[in-house]
Write a protein of this length. Structure first.
Length: 415
């Protein structure tokens, strides 16, 4: 690395360490910020010589990044931004801290994908899904898809691993290329992870006609855009690879959605030459991720934490949760997005018949939504009150970002 980059990298590591020592979080944002101030090209310098995978999408990127890191670990040491700091400051900090590793797997905020593609020149980019999120500030889904598509045009050599079940992702992953300028369309490997949420992809991003669906299949009623045949797919409790071989996947993470994340991780790792048969057992070693899916025993209750931040992830959480007493907690602080009107995009009917408790800064918004949805509930002021209000046994907790962090702190920052 050039001298300036070496200095920037060293200062970045020191700043992150100081921040950690001062008890101000993991320091990855401040460390990366200072490093990039000293050398604006630091992320590019730190990326040089590494084979990198980027993982982006609205939901599942933290979990998929962790699973992919485990899978690529078959080959050697892998740098990753394991604290979910998924913007360039976090990437810079993660690579500076890791020192020299042959591989890196980086979770990327979907808004920053173009910038991070440019800086890191990855070998692979995984595109998971696109759905509405943080209504007060996030881009419309179609605009996000357009940004991804435009970014990929400039990187025809990157290997794309993309979700065949999401029409917006399929469109974003298949820019036509430009033969006159010698630009090829990117090479895409498709995976199928299933998609429960369809409400951001009824309209074709190419031509504006409606998207028709039948079972797993979807197609545009006005143009050739349709679901590609996936090379990787979830089948029963395992994953089918492109050769047709089936691999049983035993995860410590719940739900079909995590099997889909496992399929994605195996597909990305395969782009580095990792055989699924070698990687699959490593996926089972991944337990909770920054508290997500963590289980804690407290006063005879087995409490499980599920993070859900937007309508698509709430649907997945209902599917993952056992039919057991369920605490819902909603905040609307800055990291959550300030607009809670998305609660009306979620169908809470799957909770009918369960004991439902609500809490959080915006519990009353949730109360109105549940009342309209015909789901009985009980309001509790504290997490402790919720634990006392349910019988011994499983308590499922579904919370959005800061509400989740509050509860995790009550449980002594469970991992
Ligand atoms: Zn169309």
């Amino acid at each position: 690395m050039p001298l300036r980059a070496k200095v920037a990298s060293s200062v970045s590591r020191t700043a992150a360490a100081l921040s950690r020592a001062a008890g101000r979080g993991d320091g990855s944002v401040i460390g990366g910020w200072i490093g990039l101030k000293i050398d604006p090209d630091l992320l590019a310098h730190l990326s040089a010589g590494r084979a990198i995978a980027l993982v982006s999408g609205t939901n599942g990127k933290t979990t998929t990044t962790r699973l992919t890191t485990a899978a690529v670990g078959v080959l050697g040491r892998v740098a990753t931004n394991s604290f979910g700091a998924n913007m360039p400051t976090g990437h810079t900090s993660a690579l500076a801290k890791a020192g020299s590793t042959p591989y890196a797997v980086l979770e990327v905020d979907e808004h920053y994908l173009a910038q991070v593609l440019e800086a890191t020149e990855p070998h692979v980019v995984a595109l998971l899904n696109l759905s509405r999120d943080q209504l007060d500030r996030a881009k419309e889904v179609a605009m996000m898809a357009q940004l991804w598509r435009a970014a990929l045009v400039n990187h025809p050599d990157v290997r794309v691993v993309a979700n065949a079940d999401d029409p917006m992702v399929v469109w974003a992953a298949t820019p036509p290329g430009d033969p006159a300028r010698g630009i090829r369309p990117p090479h895409v490997t498709w995976f199928s992870a299933g998609q429960r949420w369809h409400d951001d992809s009824w309209v074709c991003p190419e031509c504006g006609h409606t998207i028709a669906r039948n079972g797993d299949q979807w197609w545009c009623s006005g143009c050739p855009l349709r679901r590609p045949d996936p090379q990787w797919a979830v089948e029963d409790d395992g994953v089918l690879d492109p050769t047709g071989a089936w691999h049983k996947v035993v995860l410590q993470l719940p739900g079909k959605v995590n099997l889909g994340n496992a399929a994605t991780a195996l597909a990305v790792a395969a782009e580095f030459g990792v055989r699924p048969v070698d990687a699959v057992s490593r996926l089972g070693a991944v337990t909770s991720i920054a508290g997500r899916y963590a289980q804690v025993d407290r006063d005879g209750r087995n409490i499980r934490l599920l993070l859900a931040k937007n309508p698509a992830s709430w649907l997945e959480a209902f599917d993952m949760a056992d039919f057991a007493p369920t605490l819902l907690s909603i905040n609307a602080r800055d990291p959550d997005g300030l607009d809670t009107s998305w609660l009306f995009d979620v169908d809470f009917a799957p909770l009918r018949g369960r004991q439902v408790l609500i809490t959080g800064d915006r519990a009353y918004d949730l109360a109105v939504r549940l009342d309209v949805n015909g789901v009985p509930f009980q309001h509790v002021r504290t997490f402790g009150e919720a634990v006392r209000a349910v019988p011994p046994g499983r308590l499922e907790v579904i919370a959005n970002y800061t509400a989740f962090q509050d509860i995790r702190a009550e449980l002594d920052r469970v991992n």
